[in-house]
Write a protein that binds this ligand. Structure first.
Ligand code: SF4
Length: 385
């Protein structure tokens, strides 16, 4: 009998990529491949790439050159190279010219909701519930790389969680670029953003806004949380990443009532300055964000908040940055993923705004926020997946 072919997955970037890689591995295993211990000894090498910053793309390019040099020096046949993930936003034709060593391109959305995942962790599982994005924040490549937002069918999610509970998993993390917007992409986001200020109420929206669940009374994501909480074996539920515009009163009430939901809530804000938020096309203000924070703190005992921030976004003045520092103190985040802005190829910000903040200023701002959010809360930080 001939030896089975082997594969190795090299992963870059976020939890969504890790989840994609688990599903991709399952596809290879189901096709008779075995997993190789390292890239030096595999028949197929799959790269799940990241475009979050230029540096992330540079790392992928450097890795491809490294492997080609290695196989040349060792006089060994290189593996078949399969290229996937967010760098596909460049388009296959351009990538073929940029990376001639790649043999095959595989769009990420082909595997996001594949039925099986090959997981190494036997206690905690990532469960993808949506992919893509309709928001077009100017700094972000996701809408270009992963395409329009798509929600995974309700029954597929519940079936996967049932299977995980049966296999002894106790913790799950629901993931999506807009996890709390699950089931609402057909509705569009403009009216939902108006709900943040109370100008529009849920009953003002058409009742057929979700393709999966009726939205009467309760938003679809809350119904989904309730459905998966019913599995006895599942003791801890987390979800990433939420957006302020779909962080509804009903979701806050569900977190308060349902003790299976983790008390650490990650709620990206990106900036505390309304003018910077406007340039980022986030569609909410610091006041909208604080309203959600105050409701969470009032209703969810022991809630711990975390966020994502960008420092040095084009045009960010000292005053605008100070508004972010003030918001950090007011929101009292205990975990902050603070990113230094760099133009990301293909984004709207790269086209619209010059990258005009010197690196020394960006780094000084990063240090301040890291101190106020992360260092000042060492010892009080929750487990973050
Ligand atoms: S940052 Fe904005 S554009 Fe990017 S995934 Fe999140 S909501 Fe979508």
């Amino acid at each position: 009998m001939s030896k089975p072919k082997s594969f190795f997955v090299q992963i870059y970037g976020c939890q969504a990529n890790k989840s994609d890689a688990e599903r991709l591995s399952a596809m290879y295993l189901d096709n008779g491949f075995v997993e190789a211990a390292d890239w030096q000894n595999c028949d197929e090498l799959i790269l799940v790439t990241c475009s979050v910053r230029k540096r992330a793309e540079d790392r992928v390019r450097a890795f491809l050159h490294k492997i080609m040099n290695y196989f040349q020096e060792e006089e060994k046949t290189p593996p078949k190279v399969v290229f996937s993930g967010c760098m596909l936003h460049h388009g296959v034709a351009r990538l073929r010219k940029m990376l001639p060593m790649v043999d095959e391109f595989m769009p990420t959305n082909k595997m996001a909701f594949a039925k099986r995942a090959a997981r190494k962790d036997k206690n905690h599982a990532f469960v993808p519930i949506s992919t893509g994005c309709n928001s077009f924040c100017t700094f972000c490549i996701v809408p270009f790389a992963r395409g329009r937002e798509a929600s995974r069918p309700f029954q597929d999610i519940v079936d996967e969680v049932a299977e995980l509970a049966k296999d002894g998993y106790t913790e799950i993390t629901l993931i999506g670029q807009n996890v709390n917007s699950w089931g609402l992409e057909k509705m569009g986001i403009s009216a939902r953003k108006m709900m943040l200020r109370g100008d529009v109420k849920r009953e003002d929206l058409p009742s057929n806004q979700s393709q999966y669940l009726n939205v009467e009374g309760i938003p679809p994501f809350v119904k989904l949380l309730q459905a998966i909480s019913r599995f006895e074996g599942i003791q801890k539920i987390r979800f990433l990443s939420s957006n302020p515009w779909d962080f509804s009163d009903e979701l806050i009430a569900e977190i308060a009532r349902n003790l299976k939901i983790d008390r650490f809530i990650h709620l990206p804000v990106q900036s505390g300055s309304n003018s910077v938020l406007h340039r980022m096309n986030r569609g909410y203000t610091r006041e909208d964000y604080l309203r959600v924070v105050r409701k969470l703190r009032a209703q969810v005992k022991d809630v711990v908040l975390g966020t994502d921030l960008i420092v040095g976004f084009p045009g960010e003045t000292d005053e605008e940055f100070e508004e972010t520092v003030a918001l950090a103190r007011e929101a009292d985040w205990h975990v902050g993923f603070v990113n230094i802005y760099s133009p990301r190829p293909g984004t709207l910000a790269e086209k619209l705004y010059p990258d005009d903040i010197p690196h020394t200023v960006k780094k000084a701002r990063w240090d301040i926020l890291d101190q106020v959010i992360n260092k000042d809360h060492l010892g009080e930080r929750p487990k973050v997946v």
